[in-house]
Design a protein around this ligand. Structure first.
Ligand SMILES: [Ca+2]
Ligand SMILES: [Ca+2]
Length: 67
């Protein structure tokens, strides 16, 4: 059984810069918008925004260096 990793949007097994770029591409979209991806709406409120970004960052292994 595969456990999906939170923040690993491209499914390569690590949370990294590539996932961050994918997140930026959908940032600001809401449910029903073209390109909206429910997997990236990490808190499930129907919009991909700052709260989801904070969740993503908390799973980003290099977050300290990232900022
Ligand atoms: Ca990844
Ligand atoms: Ca959200």
């Amino acid at each position: 059984m595969t456990v999906s990793l939170i923040g690993d949007f491209n499914g390569d097994g690590v949370v990294g810069v590539a996932d961050h770029l994918l997140f930026l591409a959908v940032f600001g979209l809401s449910e029903g918008d073209d390109g909206f991806n429910a997997e990236m709406d990490l808190n499930g409120d129907g919009t991909i925004g700052i709260p989801d970004f904070l969740i993503f960052v908390s799973h980003f292994p290099n977050a300290a260096r990232f900022f």
